[in-house]
Design a protein around this ligand. Structure first.
Ligand SMILES: [Zn+2]
Length: 93
């Protein structure tokens, strides 16, 4: 193998790596960190795949969070990730 062949293979590897990371992000994320708007307490929660969670009680200050206007669930309003239905560009059921 010549040196130039080696460097071109190396370049291909560098190009492929970020593409893989991009496609990874398209996989639906079921972990979302909910940040309480009242006290700022953040906790990672697992989003239920088949339903939307309407109420969420903050572990720290016991505030019951409800979705904001136009949002279907607490994950869309306060989570770091939207709920699975919204991630798939569907309306929340
Ligand atoms: Zn709170």
């Amino acid at each position: 193998m010549t040196f130039s062949a080696f460097t071109s293979i190396f370049k291909i590897i560098i190009v492929v790596m970020p593409l893989k990371q991009l496609s990874m992000q398209k996989i639906i994320q079921l972990n979302s960190t909910i940040t309480c708007p009242a006290c700022g307490f953040a906790k990672e929660e697992t989003i239920p795949e088949d339903s939307c969670q309407f109420f969420y009680e903050c572990e720290n200050c016991k505030t019951i969070l409800k979705p904001k206007m136009g949002d279907c669930c607490v994950y869309c309003s306060y989570g770091s990730k939207k709920c699975p239905s919204v991630q798939q560009n569907n309306n929340c059921g």
